[in-house]
Design a protein. Structure first.
Length: 442
């Protein structure tokens, strides 16, 4: 989410909180039953990778400690500074000191841990999710679920085989305004949708200038373990702390921003994999040594017969919006990522015939029951519903709102967008082989 759109949501979150208060596992083995958390049992969590977003997830989990009988009993981070912060923070939240370990394998070996939060850098999401699944743990993994196709596939397949409960961190699938808007999109009220337009902007050198770059020392972390599946190279504090700017570890805008946008489109439109993607962009605003684009545009075509246009600029903060354009109506999300303000506008007439047609189209805002006034145009990333849904599903063993299949689908779209950008070619998805290439499938 754009930092410029974050607002204080204490009232908003308070209402949500009040509402919320009311080893490889072979399918159905004794061990898999052993891992099921009873209705009255405490859910014991471990957290792997605790940077800035990890701190948010710790806070969210702590707000559910009473309503969902949950406790963070173990924390893991390669960097001593992050690990020590996590220990202190969670001790404050729960009144007990969590176990602290440096490496994921140590945490995943703890029998008392029921589920793990994974908020490491993007390049390690899928590998660690696979490790967690093979250790028999349920998982909440941040988005994108993966940015290397083979690794994302391997993680998904492991989860589906083991039947662990995995929630991917595309939290808008659980938020009340997005749920209300999705129901309208799925109802047929828009008519045939031929195009979805998404424009999200931000003015600033996104992901550059993090203070941690000057704080971290090689002896205080494990650089080789951080690289994980990537080739060895000398320690680089900028790469470690500002990894979203370097293409080997992240695609930047696709991984961080398009993941949310396209996952919402998949959900609203019930169409999960693009048939083709073409992207363009470059480093036009911030010549600071970054590899990944600061200005990015991509077009994604879907089997149902609609086009998604996505655009981001980090050099200008012009108003952001999303529009689902149907023959009967347009569903407009006013604001950037996560905005709760949706408007449904009737589609009739044309500008050629009537220059004042916009004023004659009926429209309404999508409001929650009993709501007075319009919702904000931006919210922070601290809503409780998504974590709550995962914890509920850990008990019920039902599929969470952002399943591993949904996570794999949004990852595929983002990887195709990045591949098209770097290759300078249109990229096609082959649904039968689950591969993509620059030639259309037979």
């Amino acid at each position: 989410m754009s930092e410029s759109s974050s607002i204080d949501r204490r009232t908003f979150i308070g209402k949500s909180a009040a509402a919320l208060a009311g080893s490889v596992i072979l399918p159905r083995t004794a061990l898999s039953y052993e891992r099921i958390v009873g209705a009255n049992d405490r859910i014991s969590l471990g957290h792997i990778g605790i940077g800035s977003r990890g701190g948010d997830l710790d806070l969210i989990a702590s707000k559910l400690k009473s309503s969902h009988h949950v406790e963070m009993i173990a924390v893991c981070d390669l960097w001593t500074l992050n690990r020590d912060k996590a220990v202190a923070t969670n001790t404050t939240y729960y009144g007990r000191t969590p176990h602290a370990v440096q490496h994921p394998e140590e945490l995943l070996a703890m029998k008392d841990v029921d589920g793990v939060l994974i908020s490491t850098p993007e390049h390690s999401h899928s590998p660690i999710l696979k490790m967690a699944t093979e250790a028999g743990k349920d998982a909440y993994v941040e988005k994108p679920m993966g940015n290397v196709l083979s690794e994302a596939k391997a993680a998904r397949d492991a989860v589906l085989q083991a039947k662990t409960i995995v929630q991917v961190g595309t939290q808008h699938r659980s938020e009340p305004y997005q749920v209300a808007a999705q129901k309208i999109a799925a109802s047929g009220a828009l008519g045939d949708v031929s195009k979805v337009e998404i424009v999200w902007n931000y003015h600033g050198p996104r992901w550059r200038g993090r203070p941690e770059v000057k704080q971290i020392r090689e002896q205080d972390t494990d650089w080789k373990a951080w690289l994980m599946t990537k080739p060895a190279r000398p320690f680089d504090p900028q790469m470690y702390c500002e990894f979203r700017l370097y293409k080997e570890f992240s695609s930047g805008i696709p991984d961080q921003w398009i993941s949310h946008a396209i996952d919402t489109v998949h959900w609203f439109m019930s169409d999960n994999y693009p048939t083709s993607v073409v992207s363009h962009g470059g480093v036009f605003a911030w010549q600071d040594g970054r590899q990944n684009a600061d200005t990015f545009q991509t077009l994604l075509e879907y089997p149902k017969g609609f086009l998604v246009s996505y655009s981001t600029s980090f050099g200008n903060d012009a108003p952001s919006f999303t529009r689902y354009m149907g023959k009967k109506a347009t569903l407009i999300n006013i604001g950037g990522e996560g905005s709760p303000r949706y408007q449904l506008v009737e589609e009739k007439g044309t500008h050629e015939d009537d220059s004042d047609i916009d004023q004659k189209r009926t429209s309404k805002y999508i409001l929650l029951p009993g709501q007075q006034g319009l919702p904000p145009m931006g919210i922070d990333d601290l809503s409780l519903e998504h974590m709550s849904n995962w914890l509920d599903c850990m008990r019920s063993r039902k599929e969470p709102n952002a399943s591993v299949n949904a996570g794999f689908a949004h990852s595929v779209a983002c990887m195709m967008a990045a591949e098209s950008y770097w290759a300078g070619k249109k990229i096609f998805w082959d649904a039968k082989t689950e591969t993509f290439s620059d030639s259309k499938p037979a």
